[in-house]
Design a protein around this ligand. Structure first.
Ligand SMILES: Cc1cc2nc3c(=O)[nH]c(=O)nc-3n(C[C@H](O)[C@H](O)[C@H](O)COP(=O)(O)OP(=O)(O)OC[C@H]3O[C@@H](n4cnc5c(N)ncnc54)[C@H](O)[C@@H]3O)c2cc1C
Ligand code: SF4
Length: 496
């Protein structure tokens, strides 16, 4: 802490965003390039270097936040990068994508705006790449043990990097044609440009990790046979079985799942397609589901040139302040947040809706109706109370010729046959069952990330990848491991 009074004298300042009219015309990240560095040391100086840093506890990775805040305030970027990478394989991913439970738990947040921890993380990560501090770290010698990691999302990548660096020979199997999981074909480029992924894949390849794309285990390779070829297998296949909306009219054309829509938009950005076959251009779009996936659809539809976009949330609009009874500090509160995509949709609205939120809260879909060609044209909704009971007289109709369902995910997708071929036990929640060592019922097979935890966040996925790597290393060597395990399989976010 270069300035012990920094938190008293410096107000919080976030990474400035580009003007809405400019950024909706491209797919680049929403932030002003280069605008973080000039402000970030002063921002890091706001950290009070608390004796008990709750920010550190609120982060599943156990990021050494006060340490790197201090190093950034002193502009010692090399040491900051070293401390950051000590707990996080991919800080440029979390620095852009994490909802930052650390900031909700920051002691400063009790009575004033939290330290901009996520921005500090991102600045260190980007600087590490620019200065060449993020060099490949191949192992000194090989163990002679082999590991197959199935799935290349943040869980699989973190597990693979940890195990490769520990000396094991690791191959990552991915059914898609590119590496990255939901960071590749789910999350849009305006939240994180794919060049960040490419750079890490190059680093991992140089360290010795092998990647096998377009290979669905269970379909293209028999899972049981793969088990016999490797000393251990890590299943990190995510939880992408989407939830349905079983209401009348669901069968109409023009109603799609978010994860049918978002990958096509991402493929346009990758240069695979000229335009998306599901493009929102010129359409009245309604997104059903108030979460982050819905917000990603919103930002994508805006960039594709939708005529109008509305997002429906079944929950009532949350307050702007933390509910101290139900979600006291340092837990992560449900409050009214305006993401960049919400800001864009709001600012682009015209009279009579100018400047209004594109979200409708406490809104439940009753049914869809369509035209004579069987294409959706209207979404019929009703307002609901806190118990989700319809409020009489509140029915209304929204024009809708593209409807996107973003209702969350129920568990791992079983269509490839991987789970059945291995004979894996499932937990009552529908995820892959595992013990306290991340081990499944099949010897030598481990499960991690969303596939075992259920739908979660990038930061938890990286923590899962690091923790499963420690368990696999113990299994392979039969002894203690030097790899860190930041979480156990049953750890959950801080709650009251
Ligand atoms: C649209 C969307 C936006 C999101 N935005 C954010 C965000 O901004 N911030 C955040 O923190 N979290 C976000 N999340 C959640 C986050 O992306 C996930 O929690 C995280 O990616 C889970 O990581 P994972 O590695 O466990 O699984 P995934 O990222 O789902 O990766 C699993 C991989 O396994 C592959 N696979 C599956 N089956 C097989 C098989 N049989 N053979 C070979 N490969 C297989 C899949 O193709 C996939 O690449 C978002 C989720 C979605 C859907
Ligand atoms: S809780 Fe906030 S002020 Fe305290 S050490 Fe962490 S970032 Fe700094």
């Amino acid at each position: 802490m270069a300035d012990p009074k920094g938190f008293l004298t410096t107000p919080r300042q976030d990474w400035p965003r580009r003007p809405v009219e400019e950024r909706v015309r491209d797919w680049h990240e929403v932030y002003v390039p280069g605008a973080l560095l000039p402000i970030i040391s002063k921002q890091a100086d706001r950290c009070m270097d608390c004796g008990i840093p709750f920010c550190h506890d609120a982060c599943p990775l156990g990021n050494l936040i006060p340490e790197w805040n201090d190093l950034v305030s002193r502009e010692d970027w090399r040491a900051a990068a070293e401390r950051l990478h000590a707990t996080n394989n991919f800080p440029e991913f979390t620095g852009r994508l994490c909802p930052a439970p650390c900031e909700a738990g920051c002691v400063l947040a009790i009575n004033q705006p939290a330290v901009t921890i996520k921005n500090v993380e991102c600045a260190i990560a980007d600087r590490a790449w620019e200065e060449g501090f993020a060099q490949p770290a191949p192992p000194d010698r090989l163990s002679g043990r082999t590991v197959a990691v199935i799935g290349s999302g943040p869980t699989g990548l973190a597990a693979a990097q940890q195990l490769t660096r520990a000396g094991h020979t690791v191959a990552v199997y991915e059914r898609d044609d590119r590496i990255g999981g939901l960071m590749r074909y789910g999350i849009p480029a305006f939240k994180m440009e794919k060049r960040h992924l490419e750079r890490r894949i190059e680093q991992m390849t140089a360290e010795g990790t092998k990647f096998r794309t377009s290979t669905a285990v269970g379909r293209d390779v028999d899972a049981a046979e793969l088990r016999t070829r490797y000393d251990a297998v890590v299943i990190a296949t995510g939880a992408t079985a989407w939830r349905e909306l079983p209401v009348p009219g669901r069968e109409l054309a023009g109603i799609h799942q978010a994860m049918e829509y978002l990958p096509l938009a991402n493929r346009v950005c990758e240069g695979d397609l000229e335009t998306s076959p599901l493009s929102a251009a010129g359409k009245d779009v309604v997104i059903v589901g108030g979460g982050d996936t819905g917000a990603d659809c919103l930002g994508t539809a805006v960039r594709e040139g939708a005529a109008s976009v509305t997002q429906l949330d079944i929950y009532p609009q949350p307050g702007t302040e933390r509910d101290e009874e139900r979600e006291p500090w340092p837990t992560y509160p449900k409050v009214y947040r305006v993401s960049p995509a919400h800001e864009e949709a709001r600012d682009l609205r015209t009279a009579p809706l100018a400047d209004t939120d594109a979200r409708l809260f406490a809104a439940s879909t009753l049914r869809f109706s369509g035209d004579e060609d069987g294409h959706v044209r209207w979404l019929h909704l009703v307002e609901v109370d806190e118990q989700r009971r319809p409020v009489p007289g509140t029915e209304r109709d929204l024009p809708a010729d593209l409807v996107l369902l973003a209702l969350g995910f129920s568990g791992p997708d079983r269509s490839d046959g991987l789970i059945d071929q291995l004979g894996l036990d499932m937990a009552p929640s529908g995820t892959i069952a595992r013990d306290q060592d991340f081990a499944t019922n099949v010897p030598g097979v481990f499960a991690a990330g969303d596939a075992a935890r259920g739908q979660s966040l990038i930061v938890w996925a990286i923590a899962e990848g690091r923790a499963v790597a420690a368990a696999v290393d113990r299994h392979l060597t039969g002894g203690p491991t030097r790899l860190p395990a930041p979480i156990g399989p049953y750890d959950r976010p801080m709650r009251v």
